[in-house]
Design a protein around this ligand. Structure first.
Ligand code: UN1
Length: 489
């Protein structure tokens, strides 16, 4: 079994803690790898190294930086199948979704590489003669990244690729449940020619290693994807040192099914949104809001489809649902299945830990009906295969229920009425709205992120990704040869 050390200055070096943790396959509970835990002193070294690398990297013209990303994308394409298999082994999602995770990383790598020739500022006139004004984008410096386990390669790539093309250097802590795919991605970047020290990898718990990154005075910005609770703590810490912080947190994403919807299509969307990735997406559809006129038809069809879903090893092509990531998540999901029943919702199917003949962490796909919008199962992000059905009598009520959440990431409406579709786009408080499609499936060239408790105004992917990782500088170029005074002359 392989042991992974820390990556500092392009070399794998021993951590100073002499401690490590196991990387476990959630399907079989077999150990995949051992990972060394970083000490504060290692993080200091990683930050110093990243600053040393920053000089030359930030001076490399963006199209040159982009060349490395183009090459990395090609290598990722060649290794896609091998990486997808490893991803399923490490994280548990089914192989088709694991391929999607790698593809999403490839997409953002190519997209960010393209941005290398589009790092546009703006030009404008001055209020004075013989003076020219423009904006230029500058890298921030050393950026700290803390990433989750549910998209082990796509989410690290969403952060790393735009940050690199923008000229930053990086100290990164991937999730302890899934560090291998980040390690593989960084190995690919080095193979493509990324200079030593531009990305440094440290591993270990959020409470020690994550906090050390957040506190470090040498880190200028933090990019975090994870829970709202941790995001709030990080934002509070970053306020103390005035670090820029971009946060991508939870969701309680609604699908509205109107009385004029294509019901079969809506059932497909809910199955995919609620149970895809075993419900472990921040975009998962965990709240379905159904018009009372189609409640019975929709619920019957959803139940029939849900009963056909096969739990098992994600490497088998016939498996629909893989395990959840670890024991703590399994316990949390089981707890919410009990909470739903205690609150008075009707458990239509599921609700139990499952045993498909494997040692891993399996939970039955679970549907609650008769859910009141204020119940905890309709409010809290469960991050598992649990969906709550809520009945409403019109679109206004549906939108009110959709917005009755502290989060605002993704959302969806199934309707054949154009006006209902546009009203949902206008009124749902979310960073993403789908019409006649599920809540999941964001593409690399559109901005991704949310409102309210989901984020703090930043967006990842799309053109916004460059903004997350650059500072904008206003430039005044005076060629008059005399002192000109704005607002006065
Ligand atoms: C996440 O769950 O954190 O739209 C990201 C989607 C994916 C990204 C999800 N493309 O579901």
């Amino acid at each position: 079994m392989q042991e992974y050390k820390l990556l500092i200055d392009g070399k794998w070096i021993d951590s100073s803690t002499n401690e490590s943790f196991d990387d476990i396959n959630p399907t079989t509970l077999e150990k995949i790898a051992t990972i060394q835990i970083a000490a504060d002193i290692d993080i200091d070294q990683a930050v110093n190294t990243a600053w040393e690398a920053f000089g030359a990297w930030s001076e490399t013209p963006p199209p040159g930086r982009a060349q490395i990303l183009f090459k990395a994308a090609r290598i990722l394409e060649e290794k896609k199948e091998e990486l997808a298999k490893l991803l399923t082994e490490e994280m548990g999602k089914v192989i088709s979704e694991a391929r999607g995770d790698i593809q999403e990383a490839i997409d953002i790598t190519l997209y960010a590489a393209g941005e290398g020739r589009r790092m546009f500022g703006e030009t404008t006139t001055s209020e004075l003669k013989n003076k020219f004004c423009m904006t230029v984008l500058r890298p921030i410096g050393v950026v700290g990244m803390i990433t989750p386990w549910n998209f082990p390669m796509a989410i690290p790539a969403w952060k790393v690729m735009p940050a690199l093309v923008a000229g930053n250097t990086i100290v990164m802590k991937p999730a302890s449940d899934t560090p291998l795919l980040t390690i593989k991605m960084v190995e690919v970047l080095m193979e493509a020619g990324l200079p030593p020290g531009v990305i440094n990898l440290v591993f270990g718990p959020g409470v020690s290693v994550g906090q050390a990154i957040v506190h470090h005075p040498g880190i200028r910005a933090i990019s975090f994807t994870g829970s709202l609770e941790t995001g709030k703590q990080i934002m509070g810490e970053c306020a103390k040192s005035m670090k820029r912080v971009s946060l991508e947190m939870g969701g309680k994403n609604p699908i509205i099914v109107m009385d004029d919807a294509d019901i079969d299509l809506a059932v497909d969307g809910v199955i995919w949104g609620a149970f895809g990735t075993t419900g472990q997406r921040c975009t998962a559809a965990s709240k379905v809001i159904i018009h009372e006129k189609v409640e019975h038809e929709f619920t019957d069809k959803l139940l029939t489809r849900t009963r056909t879903l096969k739990l098992g090893d994600g490497l088998h092509a016939k498996t629909d649902i893989g395990p959840v990531i670890n024991q703590a998540q399994l316990d949390k999901i089981a707890k919410y299945a009990r909470i739903g029943q205690d609150e008075g919702a009707t458990l239509l199917t599921g609700g139990n830990i499952a045993n498909p003949g494997l040692d891993g962490y399996f939970f039955e796909p679970t549907i609650f009906t008769d859910v009141d919008p204020d119940m905890r199962i309709a409010q809290d992000e469960i991050f598992g295969p649990v969906v709550s059905l809520i009945t409403v009598s019109d679109l206004d009520e549906a939108i009110e229920v959709a917005n009755n959440t502290i989060y605002g990431l993704s959302s969806s409406i199934y309707t054949r009425d154009i006006a209902s579709g546009f009203k949902a786009i206008e009124k749902i408080e979310a960073g993403v709205t789908y019409v006649n499609s599920s809540t999941i499936g964001a593409e690399a060239h559109l901005p991704f992120g949310g409102v309210k408790g989901t984020g703090n105004g930043f967006r990842e992917a799309g053109p916004e990704a460059i903004k997350e990782f650059t500072e904008i500088k206003a430039v005044y170029f005076d060629y008059s040869g005399k002192l000109q005074k704005a607002q006065i002359d």
